[in-house]
Structures are given as C-alpha cells and as structure tokens.
Design a protein. Structure first.
Length: 481
C-alpha cells in the first residue's frame, strides 16, 4: 500500500492541534550533520574531546534538533505547503548520544489577516527519555489553503563510508605499541619518487620508523626537491642503481644495521630477488610469503589476505607456512585466535579442484598441531568466508564461515585479483608486508599512496614489537634459520 503524506489546510486547522515524532540521536546523525554543514565543532563530532567537557558526551548540534521540528511542521502539521517564517527556540539541556527525543508541535494561534496569507503560531517542545524538556519555543508559518495528499517520496538509503578508517586505527595502535621505544630503523630502497619518499617521511614524522634511504643519492635528493620534501638529517646510503640498492639494504638487515626494509620506486621482483637469495638474503626456516591487510568498507574489522604477491603456485608445504605467517601477523595485530578461511571456488572437497584438497589437508594439519594459533576451516568459497548469510544459505556450520579474519588464496593469481578488485571496485584500502624473513619487508605497490605506506610501516612496527615480546622463538615469525 502506498503511504500518503497529507496536510492540514486552513479549513481543517484549529488551535490545540498537535503532532509529534520520536528520534534517537546516533553517531550517524552526528556525522551526517557534520558532512552536510561542514561544522566539525569537536564538542559535537569528537568523542575524545567531548569526554573532557561538562556533558561528557558528544552533544547534538542545535540545528539537528531544529531540523526535527521543521520535519514535523513540513510533513505533519500543518504539513505539505507550509512555508517557514521564523522560530525562536531556547536550548535548555544538551541532547547527547543515545538520547531519545520526542518533538511535539501544538497550534497556539491562527491569524487570517485581510489581504494576507493565513499564518499560524505553533509551540515547539522537545523532551528526552527522562522527560526533561531540552528545547522549547515557537515557530511561525504560512498555512496552506489547499488540501494536499501525495505519495511519500522514497528516499535513498544513507550510507556513511569512511575508507581507510581501520588502517588509521592500525597506525594509532602501532604508535601506542612503540611508545617509549626507538623508532624502527628501516632501509627505504631506491626511493626516487615523491610517493615513496613521502610515505617514508610521513612514517618517520608519525614516530614509527627511522628511515635510511638506500639508492642513487643524486636521484633521491632531486626527487625530494621536486616534491618539496625536506630530507633533513635522514641518512642516505649511496648506491649506483636500484639493483645495488636492494643488495645493500639486504646486507644492512643481515648485519643488524636496520630492522626492516621498505620498497621504493623499483620493481618488487628486483627487491625480492635480493631478499630470497640463498646465500646472502633474508630467508628463515619459514617459507617467505606476503600478506595484504585490507580495510574493506562495510566490514567491521581488518581482514588479512595471503598470498597475493610472492608465491605463484604454492604447494601444500608452502601453504602451511603461508597460513602460519598470517596467523603470526594476526597475533601481532592483537587477534588472539584468528579465524582462517582457506579459499577455493567451492565449499566442498572436490578431487578435480586441487585447492579443495589442500584446504582439507591444511585443516587436518591444524588439528594435528602442524599449524598453531588459529582456527581453520576450508574449503570455503569467498562468499561463505565473509558472509554469514551466504554460509547459512548453503547450510555451512562453522565458526569461521562468515567471520574470517584471514583469507588464504589458492594461488597468487586468485589472491592478487581479489586484492585489486577490493581496492579498485569496493573502495578498500590496503597495506602489505612480507613475512618469513629475518626482518619485515614493506612491499608496497608503486601505485600506493603515502597512506598505504604509512599503514604498512605500522605493520612492520607491530611485528617488531611482537618479536621483542615473544616468549618462544617458535612463535616468532622473524626467527632466522
């Protein structure tokens, strides 16, 4: 049935008529009003600041309450056709997050002067759930003279989207974890463009890292000048070219001169060739793997995706290490028992799809203690891994399905495409880190913006802090062979 919106024209309006609406004041209201108005008064949008003010909560903007009054006047009493002339309101008490307010307007006077449009005065009262009057006053309006009855306009659903908010929280988490410690010494390899230089300097200014730029010094300094970036006293270790920069940075890590590496403006293969070198690289007893940390809009928390950058077609033994590396990273992020979804195209074991066999074997390996610290399930299709509804529809009973912290791709192609689809089609923000090496390696894309590099540095810091706090070397993803 179509919902109608009707007015009370002059012929129907009388003194004493009343109309009301009830609304709950939520954080969505706070953010929506701030976005529309541009008003970011901290007492009205910043919970941290608001906690120090007399009301100890985020306070509703006065115009949010006035808008509710306008809503009643324009849609109920007198309703469509009403023209707002003015209002005088007194704000007696604050409306804080979680409050439920009831807005009531009551006709107190109707004026029909000769030769002029009819007018009405309505008393406005706003009362909270404790029956306290928070706002009161009067509104003056022009009263419609014709009856209006129309279908209520369907409004689109409002979604507040803040891409990257969880990665920003990750950076704050790393800053807190590193408080009181020296910044992580990080070799930034061949940073000869504005993005890689800016990401490293941003991370240094955030107190996360102490960058050491490794590469052709003239190119590094020229790129900094062109981008307006002040390198200040950051050390530069000069090398002839990018290949030499990768080799030198790895040697510095082996010698303990730096505790992490970051890729600059060179191809991933070039850096990883030096990292995986059997004689002079950074290999450990673990298989080297990569993890994307994904901040997907609409998801309640960060999710880890592995491996989408290093292992092309990993076998079962490699997948065991890939899973364990990701679990160790999840522990460093504060996830005590991460839920691990082993992805495939289907959620049943099918001998014709090898990844389903690997998934089943990995789950059995976890049962036998060959993979520790996480809860595994698989094979799971992607929809079953991230959507409870999809899992329930298919009758999957699992603690992991629909609630996965870690997504394990069957191979690099599937993982890389999934990561890029989330980033470019679903507004996800991503950070990334290489694990299973002697030191963390920040392996960002050359297309990544400084924010992604900052979050990736935060991952390296959290891993380093976790390594320092590890009780047993076997639990430490940075333990060398």
């Amino acid at each position: 049935m179509t919902e109608l919106i009707e007015n009370h024209p002059l012929a129907e309006l009388k003194v004493g008529d009343s109309a009301s609406l009830t609304r709950n004041f939520t954080m969505d209201d706070v953010q929506t009003f701030a976005l529309m108005s541009g008003d970011v008064n901290p007492s009205q949008v910043d919970a941290t600041f608001a906690a120090s003010d007399p009301f100890h909560a985020v306070v509703a903007h006065g115009m949010w309450i006035a808008a509710l009054i306008s809503n009643v006047l324009g849609t109920q009493l007198p309703g469509p056709g009403t023209v707002y002339l003015g209002q005088s309101l007194q704000f007696l008490k604050p409306v804080v997050l979680g409050d439920t307010v009831r807005v009531t307007v009551t006709v107190t006077a109707i004026d029909t002067p000769s030769g002029h449009s009819p007018r009405a005065t309505l008393h406005c009262s706003v009362v909270n759930q404790r029956n306290d009057t928070v706002v009161q006053g009067d509104a003056q309006v022009l009263v419609p003279t014709e009856k209006i009855s129309r279908p209520r306009v369907h409004l689109p659903r409002l979604e507040l989207r803040d891409p990257g908010v969880k990665l920003r929280a990750l950076v704050a988490q790393a800053q807190a974890a590193a408080s009181g410690r020296a910044p992580l010494a990080m070799a930034v390899v061949h940073a000869v463009d504005a993005v890689s230089l800016g990401g490293a300097v941003d991370a240094a200014q955030a107190g996360l890292i102490a960058p050491v730029f490794v590469g052709p010094e003239a190119k590094i300094r020229a790129a900094a000048v062109a981008a307006g970036i002040d390198l200040g006293t950051y050390p530069i270790v000069a090398t002839e070219h990018s290949h030499a920069a990768a080799t030198k940075a790895v040697a510095m890590a082996r010698a303990g001169e730096v505790q992490a590496l970051m890729k600059g403006s060179l191809h991933s293969d070039e850096l990883m060739h030096a990292v995986v070198d059997a004689g002079n690289g950074l290999r450990t007893a673990r298989r080297i793997s990569h993890v994307f940390v994904i901040d997907a809009v609409g998801q309640p928390r960060l999710q880890l995706l592995t491996d989408a950058a290093v292992n092309v077609t990993p076998d079962l033994e490699a997948k065991r290490d890939i899973v364990q590396n990701a679990i160790d990273l999840a522990h460093a992020l504060g996830i005590a028992r991460p839920k691990v979804a082993i992805l495939s195209a289907v959620e049943t074991v099918n001998p014709k799809i090898p990844s389903t066999i690997d998934a089943a074997a990995l789950c059995k390996m976890a049962e036998r203690g060959q993979i520790q610290g996480g809860l595994l399930d698989g094979p799971l299709a992607f929809d079953n891994a991230v959507s409870r509804r999809a899992a329930q529809t298919k009758g999957i009973v699992s603690e992991v399905a629909g609630d996965a912290d870690i997504l394990v791709a069957p191979d690099l192609e599937a993982g890389n495409m999934l990561a890029k689809q989330l980033e470019y089609l679903a507004e996800a923000k991503v950070a990334g880190i290489v694990l299973g090496t002697r030191v963390p390696v920040v392996l960002t894309s050359r297309a990544d913006l400084p924010d992604a590099r900052l979050a990736s540095c935060a991952l390296a810091v959290l891993l380093a802090v976790a390594a320092e706090q590890a009780v047993s070397p076997s639990q430490n993803p940075l333990t060398s062979a």
